[in-house]
Ligand binder design. Sequence first.
Ligand code: AHR
Length: 611
Amino acid sequence: AIAVDPKGSGAKIDDTMYGVFFEDINRAADGGLYAELVQNRSFEYATADNTSYTPLTSWNTSGTADVVSDDGRLNARNRSYLALGGDSSVTNSGYNTGIAVESGKVYDFSVWARADQADPLSVTLHDTDGDLARARRVTVRGGWAKYTARFTAGRTSTTGRLTVAAAGAVALDMVSLIPHDTYMGHGLRKDLAEKIAALHPGFVRFPGGCLVNTGSMRGYDEASGYERKRSYQWKDTIGPVEQRATNANFWGYNQSYGLGYYEYFQFAEDTGAMPLPVVPALVTGCGQNKAVDDDALLERHIQDTLDLIEFANGPVTSEWGRKRARMGHPEPFHLTHLEVGNEENLPDEFFARFTRFRAAIEAKYPDVTVISNAGPDDSGPTFDTAWKLNRDADVDMVDEHYYNSPQWFLQNNDRYDAYDRNGPKVFLGEYASGGNTFKNALAEAAYMTGLERNADVVKLASYAPLLANEDYVQWRPDMIWFDNHASWGSADYEVQKLFMTNTGDRVVPSTASGTPALSGPISGAVGLSTWATTAAYDDVRVTGEDGTTLLGDDFSGDASRWTHTGGGSWSVEDGQYVQSDVAAENTMVSAGDPAWHDYDLRVKATKKSGK
Ligand code: AHR
């Protein structure tokens, strides 16, 4: 039975409480929300991004076609280009099964090219059944210039290819094909953007996640080029796309930055959400445990962060406000919250740096809320140290992350009932219950009632990750799934939508009685992400069907990252949770070996007492 006290005064719920966390993981950006259909459009893929990559990844060539990196390049930030000989061609295969086009829809082609002598290029869109649109011809003449053409698809196909053929020698770069019809005309894939917009998110946290806190802050250097694995730096991601130096992505692929900070701000505005960027704190979180870069780089990066706030909010007369205006947005983007760092494993080192960021931001922008974090776990020594540091320094808001089992979410509904009402507020920036089944969604919904009941403490919450291209998965579960032409929301998506589109104004106090007691684990995922495991389970062993230990209780063995979609059946044996007959969709990937392996697994774990 539920007893409701309509006159009681519960917590006020902010309109911004439920939002989304967009990270470029699972090809969420290139090959996902960014509408570009050509993969590796600027021939910048490199082995630093992924050991299987070459500058011609996703291209087929015929005749003479060489990727060159010399002084003849398009610009210093776009290091490589394609030198195509006479009577030669290149063909791009897009993402997933190919370039997807829809009958009657318009597609905008563009290319940067140069040719010593006037050279006609023939551009065709086709699949194995023939042409998908009438072929186009552009004539290249002289130095680097952008050429455009437009296709109207005569047929629908999900296996399209784009071919550029040259009669004479020509240099090509930034070969692009984008649907003319993008979300609000701002270059984002419509079905995906619309699914996110349908949530009515209160905020958009971006761009990561682990994506942001790895590598060095060293940036582009005129003389030597740029670090191929530098950390995510917002200044790399704005301005003309052909001048955005692509970079290795934390998740093992290349990021074009076609979806960059300007586009993120614009997307937040288009969906009515508050923008919430995360900048690296120069301590590598996500299990890497090391501080990188010296004081000078730290200072530079703190200045970059101040510049970011100016880019978002500054007047058009300011240096960075002017750049925003030149990109097409003279009005400010109304940035009010900014997060420094993500899942920091070294709370002391992180906090020393966070404090410097915060002091600089507060001195110049006292109205901006600077968000800290509590590390990668839901509890434990790192979590406790981080919280103590945050509390003692009177930090405004702390980001917590946890990926646990449905059972954990059911059992921890009261987590925030005991939080200090006068301490830092909580941003639950990432959470998920280890699967995309109805049970997972139900457990998350139940948990969200606990968040809402504590809306005076928990000010923001976002499920994670948001997007997954089904052919390039680094992390499961995910809220919205897609391939090159279709997208579908999970059960978890429906729960998020339910809460986000029905956010109340205040909590009406209620009490439940007669709730059935929970016993034993429910089937579904145990939440064995590396960090969730360390936080909530002891004596975790993951074995393959042949008995090989894949993951020992000290995390030795092959695993640097572990995800699975659940499945299998649960039992309790000798005080341990045992998940057996786990389906083949269980996957494990190690840092040194980017390939995915399917294992038939047996998972054994003991839940830590009190968790
Ligand atoms: O959401 C996926 C990853 O989970 C994020 O990048 C990271 O912050 C967390 O470990």
